[in-house]
Design a protein around this ligand. Sequence first.
Ligand code: FAD
Length: 198
Amino acid sequence: MVVIQFLTVVRDQHNIYGSIMGNFNRKLPKKERILIPMDDRLFRNVMGKFATGVTVITTEIDGSIHGMTANAFMSVSLNPKLVLISIGEKAKMLDRIKKSKTYAVSFLAENQKEISMQFAGQIKENREAEFDWLNGMPVIKGAIASLTCNVVAEYEAGDHTLFIGEVTDVHFQEDAEPLIFFQGKYRELKSLKESVHS
Ligand code: FAD
């Protein structure tokens, strides 16, 4: 109990300090502003307010397929057709994409939460995965859409590396609903729609 009270005081003081410093900082000319250290949990909580789909990134090296769950995905350019993924420095996927110079992205369907957990390393037992093939690359069977890419640029950004991919092929299913990730939890679009209308 005492520990929880102590942690609450520390958190509140941090937030108050951050808010005072933030207000003070905003009044300074841009060049004189200082970088306020920000709590990791606060940053994660704010980023969690951005609802995303869930993808599995796949690549293949010497006949061995590796997959990883990722929600840091975006479409970048229409002409040429470019997309972007962001891979953490500790992920095994990082070296694999650096070597293969190709990756595929599968957008998971609402019934594929377990696949997301499997490729995020959250299921301890070893499970087989079912792949389809698109343009000679492995993609997740039953995903609502998938695309294959050649890496055309990579940028280190803090503790992640951004890989820009030029899209080489695409596939999608009509009328399939996506898996959603919001505030650290899996959701379905259906329940969001229902709650908006009720
Ligand atoms: P591992 O952790 O070794 O592999 C992941 C798991 O995938 C293994 O445990 C295994 O079960 C399974 N697997 C891999 N290949 C196969 C195969 N051929 N057959 C069967 N199973 C296989 N991290 C990021 O860097 N960027 C992100 O954008 C990102 N977004 C995320 C979004 C969500 C919703 C979640 C839950 C996690 C996210 N992560 C992200 C974290 C990332 O998914 C995990 O850290 C992941 O464990 C890193 O994978 P790895 O390459 O290190 O390999």
